[in-house]
Ligand binder design. Sequence first.
Ligand code: HEC
Length: 104
Amino acid sequence: MNSMKLFLFTFSIITCSISPLLHAQDAAKGAELYKQCIACHGEKGDGNLAQKAPRLAGQHDWYVLKQLQDIKAGVTRKNPVMIPFLNKLNEQDMKDLAAYISKL
Ligand code: HEC
């Protein structure tokens, strides 16, 4: 029984110390992916009137992810200019992007 407790204790310590690292990796990957969005949305996510691209900075990660999913699906939200970019992204890429954008 004692060894079980020790195992659970060790396991939870390891899990807690790894999770911030996972988040950092997500945002770092998102930063890399975001380079292709800068032309329209700006380096700091300020948006660009000339491109009619809205500000993304300060937005919640869950909202950004939902919009990317909706735009990619093209049913409730149609955005032809972003489709070529989104078609190259998988679900994890969009989550990483949302994690990065929410910190801009
Ligand atoms: C060619 C220009 C262009 C590029 C490149 C582009 N976007 Fe967009 N994006 C737009 C425009 C224009 C809109 C607004 C469209 C609309 O009115 O629905 C938009 C909307 C969005 C929205 C919804 C914002 C909101 O508040 O509803 C998100 C999120 C977004 N873009 C993220 C991205 C990400 C992430 C990338 C890079 C993978 C990207 N965009 C690349 C032009 C672009």
